[in-house]
Design a protein around this ligand. Structure first.
Ligand code: ADP
Ligand code: ZN
Length: 289
């Protein structure tokens, strides 16, 4: 059985055909321009591919409330032409098949829970730390939506005394994305993060912000695994630093097996940057049920 998968991002649209084992059989990318120019290319790609359903893991914010008249829309994005665009409705009309829909980060988490490092777990978190910071959350086997969907990147964080930078979030002076995303590293140090590998101070501050956020997610959501993806997490030296700081912040309060094996609790994404598109395949599979 074949399924269509669309990972809709602010800069590019990844389209793929996958099967029920999460195998990606083919993949193409289109730049994200406007819905009028971009979406017809995507629908043309999927037409005639004999797919049973399409899964869309989408940049946001998006309307996930199935009882809402605007279910399936991208809502308040500043990205020109996309605000109010109903991507699910358009896909159903163009392709005439069931369409599954969720946030990009919930998609990545679903990929990891179905075929990756969190396989079989009922409670897990996937964070992307890249141009922005976003979090996908599963609790009790269900992806968390709620009022809107989690906006875990905008968690308020105490600013470190030794932090010379300022928040890059236009909404918040002290949020996780504002203080620890890729652009915030560039704003603080004057160079992109990939050129700062040898500067330990950069990663001390970064690890402390990430660990502080993870501590808050851990005590509220009680995840059984925390997966960290996105461009900034290619700095592998961050992982042991984050785990050490996380342990210090928890300060012995949480006593579980996971806390004794933090190298298996706070982990990198495991699907070679295919977690999002594989998650979209699973969204398509679930849409058929
Ligand atoms: P996006 O979030 O736009 O989907 P990425 O997850 O690749 O894309 O994140 C891009 C951000 O990650 C940029 O701010 C970039 O500077 C940073 N980045 C990309 N590669 C690396 C790297 N190897 N080390 C550190 N930072 C990186
Ligand atoms: Zn913010």
């Amino acid at each position: 059985m074949l399924y269509g998968a669309l990972e809709a991002g602010g800069t590019k649209m990844v389209c793929a055909i996958g099967n029920e084992n999460g195998e990606i059989l083919e993949q193409v990318k289109f730049p994200t321009e406007t819905p009028e120019t971009t979406m017809p290319q995507i629908f043309d790609y999927f037409k005639g591919k004999d797919i049973k359903a399409l899964g869309i893991a989408c940049f946001g914010p998006i309307d996930l409330r199935t009882d809402s008249p605007t279910y399936g829309s991208i809502t308040s994005t500043p990205k020109k032409g996309w605000s109010g665009y109903n991507i699910v409705k358009a896909a159903k009309e163009a392709l005439g098949i069931p369409v599954g829909f969720d946030t990009d980060v919930n998609g990545s988490l679903l990929g990891e829970v179905t075929w990756g490092c969190a396989k079989g777990l009922s409670d897990a978190i996937y964070l992307t730390i890249g141009t922005g910071i976003g979090g996908g959350i599963m609790t009790n086997g269900k992806l968390l939506h709620g009022m809107l969907h989690p906006e875990a990147g905008h968690l308020r964080l105490p600013r470190l005394k030794n932090d010379p930078g300022k928040s890059v979030c236009p909404y918040h002076d002290n949020c996780f994305e504002g203080l620890a995303s890729g652009p915030s590293i560039k704003a603080r140090w004057g160079k992109t993060a990939d050129l700062l590998t040898d500067n330990n101070e950069v990663w001390e501050i970064e690890a402390e912000y990430i660990a502080t956020a993870l501590m808050d997610y851990a005590v509220i959501l009680s995840p059984k695994k925390i997966i960290l993806g996105g461009g900034v997490m290619h700095q592998e030296q961050l992982f042991p630093m984050i785990r050490a700081k996380f342990k210090e912040l928890v300060n012995g309060y949480i006593v579980t097996d996971e806390m004794n094996h933090l190298d298996d609790y706070i982990v990198p994404a495991s699907l070679n940057d295919n977690q999002g598109i594989m998650g979209a395949v699973k969204l398509a599979m679930d849409a058929c049920e």
